[in-house]
Write a protein that binds this ligand. Structure first.
Ligand SMILES: Nc1nc2c(ncn2[C@@H]2O[C@H](COP(=O)(O)OP(=O)(O)OP(=O)(O)O)[C@@H](O)[C@H]2O)c(=O)[nH]1
Length: 216
């Protein structure tokens, strides 16, 4: 069931790509060079969009593929930050695998994903181009940003906020009745228009005979 007061975010990616660095940068504005990375960390904070406050839980994962808890994390989350390092081609492959897994496990419309290329300050040792990141994000229909957790807070913050906004919009959308979501006309109205045209009748509204009502 949709909980409009909470968004669960999972930060995942290959080893040493900066998962903790981007998470802590977003939450505290600070960059800390080294983190304890043997376990997962769960952070809670609140965000306010359009004067509505939502609690956000962010799970900074570590070694979850090796520990076998990836599927559990994928089931738990509804917004995913897939991090790779722009100077590590292997981590880009890991990111693709993770996007594949998200797509296989989550229904479209029930999760939001952000592909995040980190360490863009290390441009001299870049192995993954911006265009490759963009292409991958287009392939999976997810958001894409390149950032440097080491150098700037603004980019990291923008990327997370954009993900959270989309996650919140999806939650709101899921609470709408199907008619409003799709903008569908009632079946009776559509059938009525077809039959009145086929029978050469007067336009809708001038026909006094009441049609049976059937709506979805
Ligand atoms: N130059 C540079 N180094 C970074 C950046 N982000 C993280 N690092 C460094 O990359 C290393 C790994 O960062 P972490 O945040 O621990 O990476 P992680 O993905 O959480 O690591 P694991 O959980 O061990 O897989 C650390 O030495 C960080 O200081 C960045 O934007 N630029």
């Amino acid at each position: 069931m949709t909980n409009l007061n909470r968004i669960r975010v999972v930060v995942m990616g290959g080893a040493r790509v900066g998962k903790s660095a981007v998470t802590v940068r977003y939450l505290t504005k600070r960059y800390i060079g080294e983190y304890s990375s043997s376990t997962d960390f769960l952070y809670r904070h609140c965000v306010t969009f359009d004067s509505a406050t939502t609690e956000v839980e962010i799970l900074d994962t570590s070694k979850c593929a090796a520990m076998g808890c990836l599927d559990e994390h994928l089931r738990w989350g509804e917004a995913f930050v897939v991090v790779y390092s722009v100077c590590d081609a292997l981590s880009f492959h890991d990111a693709r695998d993770l996007l594949d897994k998200v797509a296989a496990l989550k229904l479209p419309g029930y999760c939001t994903t952000l592909l995040l290329g980190n360490k863009r300050d290390l441009d001299h040792s870049r192995q993954v181009g911006v265009d490759a990141g963009q292409e991958l994000s287009l392939q999976f229909g997810c958001q894409f940003y390149e950032v440097s957790a080491a150098e700037h807070w603004a980019g990291v913050s923008l990327a997370f906020q954009s993900l959270l906004r989309e996650a919140r919009s999806l939650q709101l959308l899921r609470t709408l009745p199907i008619r409003r979501k799709l903008g569908v006309n009632s079946v009776s109205k559509v059938l009525g228009n077809i039959f009145s045209k086929a029978a050469g009748k007067r336009p809708a509204g001038q026909d006094r005979k009441k049609r049976p009502s059937l709506s979805i």
